[in-house]
Design a protein around this ligand. Structure first.
Ligand code: SF4
Length: 350
């Protein structure tokens, strides 16, 4: 692994474990027999974010806003089109993941793990729990079966499952238990950075809290750092230190969780918060959801991408793309009217 000596792409802060700069991921659209390039789906378009060691950053937005694509680019499951992904390894070396070959990335794969959304589809039904959880160990050279069994037993206990379950197959577990198995597999190699892609959205509400609490306990116990991808702002609020909101491949707001929920500075964030359900049917029936749909990223609207759905839109919004600006310390937003608008925070009306 080569240390990245280019001073222009060093991390700006020693606390940071990850710094993403101007990340782009375009999927080409081709036409005809000759596969002529006729356009691009701009799934991620100039994404900037950072995560400090031990922190949980929420990456939120509606389905189709590019958050899952961005998280997969960060882990190099997708090849980024452009941009830098600076990562500080366990040994303290800063590397640029976006410029590394697959061979150079291989030793780092153990340090960066993913927890998947679907606890049913992500576990191979033909493998028992021991085989599933110990597979990353085997791939990374831990050949001794006894050693792997001990480690799997330890991991299952850590995630709240009994060690004797390791001989069972995925079909004999509930959704919450399967997600715990997925978490055990992600932790098998003692990672540094864990990307959790909608880890509780497929679970019952009663089980969601248990899995979120488990993730928070493991964060401290195992000295982890999370990138938590979610569409549900009510989930993110309980687990994240900071939140980045994406819309059509771009960051529209990023702030500490407290600042974002109390004083949002972008109309899209306000609208997302207003669509969080309230556990009171009388109040819930008077609420309006976010109008319209996320635009097609291959043909986004002119100016501010949010303008067709924004109730604060003015003429300038239809022609000029707003830049992401630091409006208060550590609070960035991309809106022409950010200074003048007084937006509602989380359930302030109720
Ligand atoms: Fe709404 Fe204009 Fe701000 Fe975009 S720039 S979010 S359209 S007010």
């Amino acid at each position: 692994m080569n240390e990245n000596n280019n001073p222009s792409i060093q991390m700006t802060n020693t606390e940071r474990i990850l710094e993403v700069k101007h990340l782009k991921k375009f999927f080409p659209i081709t036409k005809g027999f000759r596969k002529k390039h006729v356009g691009d789906v701009r799934a991620v378009d100039d994404l900037n974010l950072y995560i400090n060691k031990g922190e949980t950053l929420g990456l939120v937005g509606e389905s189709g806003c590019g958050k899952t694509t961005a998280s997969r680019c960060i882990l190099r499951a997708y090849e980024p089109t452009a941009g830098d992904i600076l990562y500080r390894t366990k040994t303290g070396v800063t590397v640029n993941l976006s410029q590394m070959s697959n061979k150079e990335l291989r030793p780092l794969r153990a340090e960066m793990q993913m927890i998947f959304q679907d606890p049913y589809g992500s576990l191979n039904p033909r493998m028992n729990i021991f085989e599933i959880v110990s597979e990353p160990m085997l791939v990374n050279g831990i050949k001794n079966r006894r050693e792997r069994e001990d480690r799997v037993a330890e991991l299952l206990t850590k995630v709240g499952l009994r060690p004797e379950y390791m001989v069972r197959y995925p079909h004999s577990f509930s959704g919450g238990q399967r997600q715990r198995i997925g978490i055990a597999r992600a932790l098998a190699l003692q990672p540094n950075l864990v990307v959790a892609d909608e880890p509780v959205s497929a679970l019952d509400v009663s089980v969601q809290a248990q899995v979120l609490n488990l993730l928070m306990e493991l964060l401290e116990e195992m000295n982890l750092t999370y990138l938590f991808v979610a569409h549900d702002l009510s989930v993110v609020r309980h687990i994240c230190d900071r939140v980045t909101v994406m819309y059509v491949g771009k960051v529209v707001e990023t702030a500490s969780t407290e600042a974002l929920y109390n004083t949002p500075r972008h109309p899209y964030t306000e609208a997302l918060m207003a669509s969080i359900p309230i556990p009171d049917p009388r109040l819930q029936q008077n609420r309006e959801g976010l109008p319209g749909e996320v635009p097609n990223p291959s043909n986004p609207p002119s100016g501010c991408y949010f303008h067709p759905r924004c109730s604060y839109c003015i003429d300038k919004c239809k022609t000029e793309m707003p830049e992401l600006k630091e409006i208060e310390p550590q609070h960035w937003t991309a809106c022409h009217r950010a200074e003048e608008l007084k937006l509602e925070g989380f359930h302030k009306n109720e």
